[in-house]
Design a protein around this ligand. Structure first.
Ligand code: SAJ
Length: 426
């Protein structure tokens, strides 16, 4: 058995068992990698289907190499899943932080995790918040726990047993999670220096990148800033694409040429920005300082405006066709994955179908075997094979640059109106 000790942990009990609360895209890979590195891991999730699947060694979503890790850890008896939060030496909270209608973060899942952890503590434990959260969230998590457990403290004052609380944001790229978990650097922010060191020691079990220690609020903000940086840069590319259309310039050629400058690296335009991270996290910065986050807010608005621009291009393309057939290629928020969270492709397909009730919308989504509910309820959308979608369509809209669409025979596109949102067929 792997037994962790750190400078902080010398005075505390070593970490043998870790409870990972929330077994989604981040929690489950983290649980599996801790388990395959010798710790005893109990995964906790509110979804009985997820718990059952994991205990059978299965993974309830698509992520390369995760299945092998989960199956191995479960069969070795190092990983098990359950509905109740257990007593453990360390807790990693990896629950969702969606945004609410006003774009502020919904902290209810974190609060529920805190309430479930509090009664299990006896002092000396480490609690790590991994969920992407607005600045101040780790402190609020600690205050919630300590409100329920006034017999504990963050710093040992009045002789009370210590609770170590830290933030360690995930930075892995969907589709490469099992690689990046190991190779990426990590930022670990503690409410106390001891908490940061204890959390760093836990991540050092599997992380081969550098682990940088800071305070919790800076760690929270660093994660938000990384994603806002990317969002702002994608917004620049998306704005360029609209300006270029207007000036009759090929934006992909424009960007390719500009990127030959040694200090220019423009990203790629697309149908909008999706996923549960880049499309969400910048709003947490805006909510934290609305008066000053003008560029960050504008970038979000530019990227959120791109699906509407594509819908308008489709409207123009079908304006003279009665009862048109429109092929929409791809639903995921980016290439070669099945994840449709916040996907601009789904939004575009929905809006096109609603705006053109007389049109037949044929959707090809090679990584999915069914349509998401929001599309399945619309009567004029069908999920079909890629070739079938193209065959009868007058207009073909490429929404996701999946490798599988490379197999499309160029001859099958001849004579059709193409709306290529990703520069895929350039
Ligand atoms: N996109 C473009 N043009 C580009 C790059 C991306 O339109 O040039 C679009 C994609 O199509 C997609 C969206 O942006 O709709 C986001 O995709 P992504 O690949 O940029 O990022 P995610 O959401 O898969 O993962 C990001 C990563 N963050 C950064 O690169 C700063 C990842 O490292 C984070 O761990 C992840 O967010 C997260 O969980 O926060």
């Amino acid at each position: 058995m792997n037994m962790l000790t750190s400078k902080a942990a010398e005075t505390e009990a070593p970490i043998r068992t870790v409870a990972v609360v929330g077994l989604g895209y981040i929690g489950l890979p983290t649980a599996a990698i801790l388990a395959t590195n010798g710790l005893d891991v109990i995964g906790v999730d509110v979804n009985p289907g997820t718990v059952k699947a994991i205990n059978n060694g299965d993974v309830p979503f698509v992520e390369p190499d995760l299945g092998v890790h989960v199956a191995g850890a479960v069969s070795q008896g190092r990983l098990r899943a359950q509905l109740e939060t257990p007593a453990a030496d360390a807790y990693i909270v990896a629950v969702p932080t969606p945004f609410k209608a006003d774009k502020s973060a919904d902290m209810s899942y974190i609060a529920a995790a805190a309430r479930a952890i509090a009664p299990k503590l006896s002092g000396g434990e480490l609690v790590i918040l991994e969920s992407t959260s607005p600045p101040g969230s780790t402190r609020r998590l600690a205050e919630l726990i300590l409100g329920l457990r006034p017999d504990l403290s963050l710093d040992g004052r009045d002789g009370k047993p210590v609770l170590l609380v830290a933030h360690c944001p995930e930075r892995v790229l969907p589709g490469r999670i099992m690689i990046e978990l190991v190779t990426n650097d990590r930022v670990v922010g503690g409410l106390t220096p001891e908490a940061a060191e204890a959390a760093a020691a836990l991540y050092a079990v599997f992380c081969q990148g550098e682990i940088h220690l800071t305070d919790a609020a800076t760690a929270e903000m660093s994660k938000l800033v990384e994603n806002a940086y990317r969002d702002v840069n994608i917004a620049f590319a998306n704005e360029l694409s609209v300006i270029s259309d207007n000036l009759d310039i090929d934006v992909w050629e424009l960007i390719r040429l500009a990127n030959h400058h040694p200090r220019v690296n423009i990203l790629q335009p697309g149908p909008g920005v999706g996923g549960h991270c880049i499309a969400v996290d910048p709003w947490f910065i805006v909510a934290a300082d609305p008066g000053n986050a003008t560029l960050i807010r504008t970038a979000r608005e530019v990227n959120d405006g791109k699906p509407g621009y594509i819908v308008e291009q489709v409207r123009k393309a079908v304006s003279e066709i009665s009862s048109p057939t429109i092929a929409c290629l791809g639903l995921a928020f980016k290439a070669n994955i099945d994840d449709v969270r916040e996907s601009p492709a789904v939004e575009i397909v929905r809006r096109v179908a609603e705006q053109h009730p007389d049109a037949e919308i044929l959707v090809a989504a090679p990584h999915k075997d069914h349509l998401p509910q929001v599309l399945a309820v619309l009567p004029n959308i069908r999920h079909v094979e890629t070739d079938k979608a193209i065959e009868t369509a007058q207009v073909v809209v490429l929404l996701v640059d999946h490798d599988k669409f490379r197999e499309i025979d160029p001859a099958s596109l001849e004579g059709k109106r193409l709306i290529d949102t990703r520069g895929f067929w350039r």
